[in-house]
Design a binder for this molecule. Structure first.
Ligand code: ATP
Length: 441
């Protein structure tokens, strides 16, 4: 499907790179010259250099023994090195935290669809051919002590970049590796590109087949979370829904109107949250998974968590559940007064992501007065949630209370009183406990 073109040869200046990266490439280039090796920048970094987008995630590839070369670079620079023999790749982490991958140019073959590939050394041309899309299949050969480089573009990547197209390199691409379905959507959405016609057809075919089902949980999770980490997940989610790809998370996961409303409200909820609590770091990709699952039954949610092999913390977030959200919303948007301690009880085991979801759910209901009430409660709750009692279990013991289940209830009552502001000092706490003990005695 891809007419083989004459290779483009064009010189690219590397002078726009930050000093640190330029200096490092210069040293690597010198080392490669000493060994008589050709070194190339490859993949996303080349694409982004041409697009003038910042990307300092350098992938280098070497025609020759990439791992031996990576060891040499790591030795010279005191960098940490992790080697993945199976993929002929090594990852370096320099002392200042800069990361770099160095690989051997290689070809890949797929024993069966969706399996991890078998890898063997090959030419640069073959190495570029195994890649996902033409725009990611270019290399820059480092020249002149890395002051410049020669663009190597066998497959028309530069033209596709100019014409804003995503194009696979061959017909079997999505079958070999169905994660490319998600990667295509990721780049399409990120750059505002479109899928080239044949690529669009192949993607739709691959999406309607059951290829994605064969992906392992962690690989599927990774792709979904990467998609939701992009700038505009709402649009991406719409795209995934139109391709009916959510059925691979669960066959009964539908993008119905009510779920869509919550998803659309997430950016607004996030903006409010970030303004109010700039120090709270929200796991945005997981939040979107939670929003997607927000209309599902607990059974569907559980199955989805298993399918995506979510990590424990992520799974805990997702299972917050519709019924608890509905219950909290009912109480927190009622005009009847509710004490801070009651709010605390309702929300105490909600993660920050769950609180943002709660807010998005209310935004999606378009009831202004109730929304203002909820925002007020949320702001007060987050401000107060660090409040603790001055007394601990040990204090209760020295005050003569026999250890037992009543500790939890006494400390709970103390905390409620603190939250509601009826007690503000340690002395008042002690008096409160004395009174309780007296009552009990
Ligand atoms: P991003 O900016 O999202 O990091 P990237 O293109 O750098 O994009 P990586 O996942 O870091 O993405 O991959 C680096 C390069 O490796 C890609 O540019 C591409 O050439 C190749 N690659 C990565 N994943 C695949 C895949 N599934 N199939 C084929 N080639 C891939």
């Amino acid at each position: 499907m891809l007419a083989m073109k004459n290779q483009v040869r064009k010189t690219i200046s590397l002078s726009k790179l930050p000093v640190r990266q330029r200096h490092l490439l210069k040293q690597i280039c010198r080392l490669a010259d000493e060994r008589g090796l050709s070194v190339y920048l490859v993949g996303g970094v080349v694409r982004d250099l041409l697009l003038k987008r910042k990307n300092w995630d350098f992938d280098l590839t070497v025609e020759g023994d990439g791992i031996a070369f990576a060891r040499l670079v790591a030795d010279r620079h005191g960098a940490r090195l992790v080697v993945f023999e199976r993929f002929a790749t090594a990852q370096l982490v320099f002392q200042d935290g800069l990361k770099m991958d160095i690989a051997t140019t290689r070809r890949e073959s797929y024993a069966q669809p969706a399996a991890l590939p078998d890898v063997e050394p090959a030419s640069l041309k073959e190495d570029l051919y195994r890649r996902d899309f033409t725009i990611n299949a270019m290399a820059i050969q480092l020249l002149n002590g890395a002051q410049s480089g020669r663009l190597i573009d066998f497959y028309g990547g530069e033209r596709d970049l100019r014409e804003r197209r995503i194009r696979v390199l061959h017909e079997r691409s999505f079958q070999d590796d169905p994660t490319r379905i998600f990667r295509a959507i990721r780049f399409e959405q990120r750059f505002g590109f479109r899928l080239e016609r044949d690529t669009g057809r192949l993607l739709a075919q691959a999406a309607s087949a059951n290829l994605i089902q064969q992906l392992s949980g962690p690989r599927l999770r990774n792709e979904i979370l990467l998609l939701f980490a992009e700038r505009d997940p709402v649009r991406t989610i719409g795209r995934l829904a139109r391709l009916e790809l959510f059925r691979f998370l669960h066959r009964r996961l539908y993008y119905r109107k009510n779920v869509k409303r919550v998803v659309i409200a997430i950016p607004k909820a996030l903006a409010w949250w970030a303004r109010r609590f700039p120090d709270s770091a929200i796991d945005r990709p997981i939040l979107y998974v939670m929003a997607l699952a927000s209309g599902s039954s607990p059974l569907v949610m559980k199955a989805m968590i298993r399918r995506l092999a979510l990590l424990r913390e992520q799974a805990k977030n997702v299972t917050v559940g519709k019924s608890r959200i509905d219950r909290a919303l009912k109480k927190l948007t009622d005009t009847k007064t509710i004490r801070p301690s009651q709010v605390h009880r309702l929300l105490a085991d909600f993660s920050d992501e769950a609180l943002v979801l709660l807010l998005a759910e209310q935004i999606s209901r378009q009831q202004q007065v109730r929304l203002s009430l909820l925002k007020r409660h949320l702001a007060a709750y987050v401000k107060n949630r660090t409040i603790k009692t001055a007394l601990t279990g040990r204090d209760l013991q020295t005050m003569g209370l026999k250890p037992g289940p009543q500790y939890k209830s006494v400390l709970g009552k103390l905390l409620d009183a603190r939250l509601d502001g009826t007690i503000t000092t340690e002395a008042e706490e002690r008096a409160f406990v004395q009174k309780l003990i007296g009552l009990a005695g």
